[in-house]
Design a protein around this ligand. Structure first.
Ligand SMILES: Cc1ncc(COP(=O)(O)O)c(C=O)c1O
Length: 504
């Protein structure tokens, strides 16, 4: 486990209990129920300010706008905090656009990304005067038509997809870790390839209701290193330059570098421990080899091995926001200059998602049952009242979140346990981790769960989803209420012939 203090967090340990800002996590559960998503307002604001200040230091040429990705946490109150902090907003869907407009982001700093976009979404974007990012060949004509009908000029950016030919480390997006990042990035659906850019540019130059204001790119979190960002900026600058040339000497006013900066404790892929397959392979081979000894002796030989296999959250911090900013700005400025693209007056935009929201959120859940097997091998299970279906955002990325037992935050880890959830699947939230001695009613705090988790909860097993609260110093308020059973069934309809009393 990483030292909470080391990462300048909203978290602290006081008298053996975990606090978030000025709130005792266990008290939050007592007051608002379990399980619970908790967001720290102060951490959100601090993350935004650090990004803004660090990038502004490296980009003296023009304004810097932090435009956090709404998809990471689109709860209205959370978006309101970001709008009040002077941010812009990266939105993907019509729903995210609705919340962005509602909470008051300036339309010119709302970046509508994603593919495919439907015509209604395009029309609404044009009417609202937000930035549309062109991410498919046919979008240009659809935007042109919508703008003509609305009597407006649509401001657009081209989403470029430079080939990251100089970065061939294994992509973390592929859990097996066997695919070079440059290839994985080509396979990702976002962005316009060079052949697509060449097809669009002449049509863009002829468009009457569309104005190109700049460029966009987003590759995502393939790798946490600053080297990966340097390669993104190097290739982005080159792609910008050749697109400008194709456009007849065009000069961008806005350059958006997207998101994908790692969360400081970086839970990404921590659940994919590459040593595990080797350990499990050895266990399997030994198990087969010992079969002839009879089951008692086989178990006696295997038990210490099984005891030794354990997983642990990542304890290697990601680069700091300042390190990312220095790497990005220095490379982008140098490379644009080298290609003859002036940076004076250009607005630099960035769209961090996980790195704004991740460490601003914790998920609290309570131990409801403990199960143990003594023979023939020792196995212990702690069943919590949460589920992997309320962590699906992180499951896709093989997160293994760092954690604290909130009411035993200073207690040493003395036993190995499988922390499981309540759904009918195996629901192994944290397989074979080392934890303090556990009791029913202990409260687990899953750290760094502020991004992509609450917003991807599902109703599997007809389970009502948890509440979310915002902590502001010593205050805490519900920002998304706990679902009821009625909520779970609110979209269901019964056809007439199945209604009670209907004749067949
Ligand atoms: C266009 C765009 N910008 C920003 C982000 C945020 O990425 P991250 O949360 O990795 O910072 C995403 C995520 O998919 C995205 O698609």
């Amino acid at each position: 486990m990483t030292d909470i203090r080391r990462l300048d967090d909203c978290l602290s340990v006081r008298d053996g209990r975990l606090w978030i800002e000025e709130q005792d996590a266990v008290e939050l559960v007592r007051r608002f129920g379990s399980p619970l998503f908790v967001v720290s307002e102060d951490q959100l604001r601090r993350n935004v300010r650090r990004f803004r200040e660090a990038f502004a230091r490296g980009w003296p040429d023009g304004p810097v706008k932090v435009m956090p990705a709404a998809k990471a946490n689109w709860i209205t109150a959370v978006q309101r905090v970001l709008a009040s902090e002077g941010c812009g907003c990266d939105v993907y869907s019509a729903g995210e656009l609705a919340v962005a407009l509602k909470v008051g982001f300036e339309p010119q700093f709302i970046s509508v990304n994603g593919v495919p976009k439907d015509d209604r979404h395009i029309r609404r974007s044009v009417e609202a005067g937000v930035r549309l990012t062109i991410d498919a060949e046919d979008e240009l004509e659809r935007i042109e038509r919508a703008a003509a009908e609305a009597g407006k000029t649509a401001q657009v950016r081209l989403r470029l997809k430079p080939v990251l030919s100089g970065f061939i480390d294994a992509s973390n997006f592929v859990p097996e870790g066997l695919v070079p990042t440059d290839i994985a990035a080509i396979a990702y659906k976002g962005g316009l390839s060079w052949n697509e850019i060449r097809a669009i540019v002449p049509r863009l130059r002829a468009a009457k209701h569309v104005e190109l204001v700049g460029f966009h790119q987003h590759h995502g979190r393939h790798h946490p290193s600053t080297r990966y960002w340097e390669e993104q900026m190097r290739t982005y600058a080159a792609e910008i330059a050749r697109t400008c040339e194709l456009l007849g000497g065009y000069r961008p006013r806005e350059i958006d570098i997207g998101g994908g900066f790692a969360i400081p404790r970086d839970p990404h892929n921590a659940a994919t421990d590459y040593t595990a397959p080797a350990q499990l392979g050895a266990l399997y081979a030994l198990s087969r080899a010992l079969q002839h000894l009879g089951s008692a002796r086989r178990y006696a030989a295997l038990a210490p091995l099984i005891d030794a296999v354990a997983m642990a959250p990542n304890d290697r911090p990601a680069p700091t926001i300042e390190a990312y900013a220095a790497a990005c700005t220095a490379t982008l400025r140098r490379e644009l200059g080298r290609h003859g693209i002036p940076t004076a007056g250009v607005t630099l935009q960035l769209e961090p998602g996980r790195s704004i929201h991740g460490n601003a959120g914790i998920h609290l859940a309570t131990v409801r049952a403990l199960k143990s097997t003594e023979r023939p091998i020792r196995w212990k299970i702690a069943a919590l009242d949460t589920t992997e279906f309320w962590f699906t955002g992180g499951r896709y990325e093989h997160h293994l979140h760092d954690f604290r037992v909130a009411n035993k935050a200073d207690a040493p880890a003395v036993e190995k346990v499988d922390v499981v959830g309540r759904s009918c699947y195996g629901d192994r939230l944290m397989p074979t981790i080392r934890a303090p001695r556990l009791e029913v009613d202990d409260v687990f705090a899953f750290l760094d769960t502020g991004a992509y988790q609450e917003v991807s909860c599902s109703n599997f097993n007809a389970m009502p989803r948890p509440a979310a609260v915002l902590v502001t110093g010593a205050e805490a308020a519900v920002i998304r209420r706990r679902e009821t059973e009625k909520d779970v069934f609110r979209r269901d309809e019964i056809p007439a012939h199945l209604r009670k009393g209907a004749r067949r």
